[in-house]
Design a protein around this ligand. Structure first.
Ligand SMILES: Cc1ncc(COP(=O)(O)O)c(C=O)c1O
Length: 381
């Protein structure tokens, strides 16, 4: 048999590799983005409740109505925009499925998709499997700002989709209203859609806060916005997310979702609906919760030889290690795990080629004791 891979360049993701290396060396795992603490007790209680009540059969394909309505209400509260729970909100298996379904629904063979590197690692394989071509535009530290003239130059008659991500993983920067204006001006006259990955929408630290793509009235008509309850409720293992898009775009996304997963875990959806309705303060207080962790960890690193870049959002900090090592970032991340007992993610894995900066990403979604111990270890270098 001749098994010709459709994704020949892809191996195990760096997140899995670094987590395995961290376990092997009993290192503190600040590599993969997940909390080392549990989500709200109320949410767990509601899951138990709905399981006990027998809510254990298939959910409706688009998501249980109570959850779609709660998502629409939260969207209204946070962004001041009204979305139709029936036609514009789709519950998915984490943001990952929403991203995959959106790309599969929109990208045709030969289409071009623009993304900004460093970028989250699930975009490229999905574009490739859809037969599309990814056009990668480089963002550079420390501000990771889009060069809008380079963006306009990168558009072609084949451009079908632009993938954006704010708050941005891994750079921890945010888009401002002007970025969305620039994006709109560049694509207004073209048949281009936008996939906006906003999984960290509730984790941002600037005075302006997170600006969502849906808040831009023109972009809203072209955009599929994606979010994840895993990030918001510290339950990454539940894998429940959602996509919001105009009815016609949602209908296309649902055609893929229908045959990818069909529907999502029923009791988890009902529990999340209860949580959103009963405890909106959870997501409203998330910026303060994570700001305290960011500040604690940044302070712990102040005495180290790392240079800490500002983190405006997400639960990541970038640190520059050029005062410590000449190694490239992949080698340094491995060395750090083995010799300092702290696992990090190299930035080059978010780009097609080597990332020409000495930066690694550290996750601060950890208990204070974990952050203090990691800080102490990193200060010894
Ligand atoms: C930018 C970004 N998008 C999407 C995801 C995937 O989210 P989920 O776990 O809900 O599939 C992640 C998870 O780390 C992420 O950082």
């Amino acid at each position: 048999m001749n098994l010709e891979s459709k994704l020949p360049d892809l191996g195990t993701t760096i997140f899995t590799q670094m987590s395995a290396l961290a376990a092997e060396h009993q290192a503190i795992n600040l590599s993969q983005g997940f909390p080392d603490f549990d989500g709200p007790a109320y949410l767990k209680d509601r899951l138990n409740y709905h399981v006990a009540q027998g809510a254990n059969q298939y959910a409706p394909m688009t998501g249980v109505p109570a959850l779609r309505q709660a998502i629409a209400a939260k969207t209204q509260q946070q962004y001041g925009i009204s979305v139709c729970a029936d036609n514009e909100v789709t519950v998915t298996a984490g943001a990952t499925e929403a991203l995959y379904a959106a790309i599969t629904a929109l990208v045709r063979a030969g289409d071009e998709v623009v993304c900004f590197d460093p970028s989250y690692d699930s975009y490229a394989p999905a574009v490739s499997l859809a037969g599309g071509k990814l056009v990668r535009l480089q963002l550079n530290p420390p501000a990771f700002k889009v060069d809008w003239s380079a963006f306009r130059a990168a558009l072609s008659p084949r451009t079908r989709l632009v993938i954006i991500n704010s708050p941005h993983n891994p750079s921890a920067t945010l888009w401002q209203a002007d970025d969305y204006n620039q994006l709109w001006q560049a694509i207004a006259d073209r048949n281009i859609f936008v996939l906006s990955d906003e999984v960290y929408e509730h984790i941002c630290f600037t005075a302006e806060g997170h600006v969502g793509a849906l808040e831009h009235p023109n972009l809203r008509e072209r955009t599929i916005a994606v979010s994840s309850f895993g990030k918001t409720f510290h339950m990454t293992g539940w894998k429940v997310g959602y996509a919001i898009a105009p009815a016609a775009l949602s209908a296309e996304l649902r055609k893929v979702h229908q045959y990818l997963t069909f529907s999502i875990n029923t009791p988890a959806q009902l529990a999340l609906a209860d949580m959103l309705n009963a405890h909106p303060e959870h997501w409203q207080q998330l910026p303060a919760f994570y700001r305290a962790k960011r500040d604690r960890f940044a302070k712990a690193l102040a005495g180290s030889r790392f240079t800490v870049l500002p983190s405006q959002g997400t639960y990541f900090l970038l640190v520059d290690y050029s005062a410590i090592s000449e190694l490239d970032d992949v080698a340094f991340a491995r060395w750090l795990t083995e010799h300092a007992g702290v696992a990090a993610i190299p930035l080059s894995v978010f780009s097609a080629g080597p990332f020409p900066h000495k930066l690694v990403r550290l996750c601060f979604a950890k208990q204070d004791a974990t952050l203090d111990e990691a800080g102490a270890r990193l200060c010894r270098l």
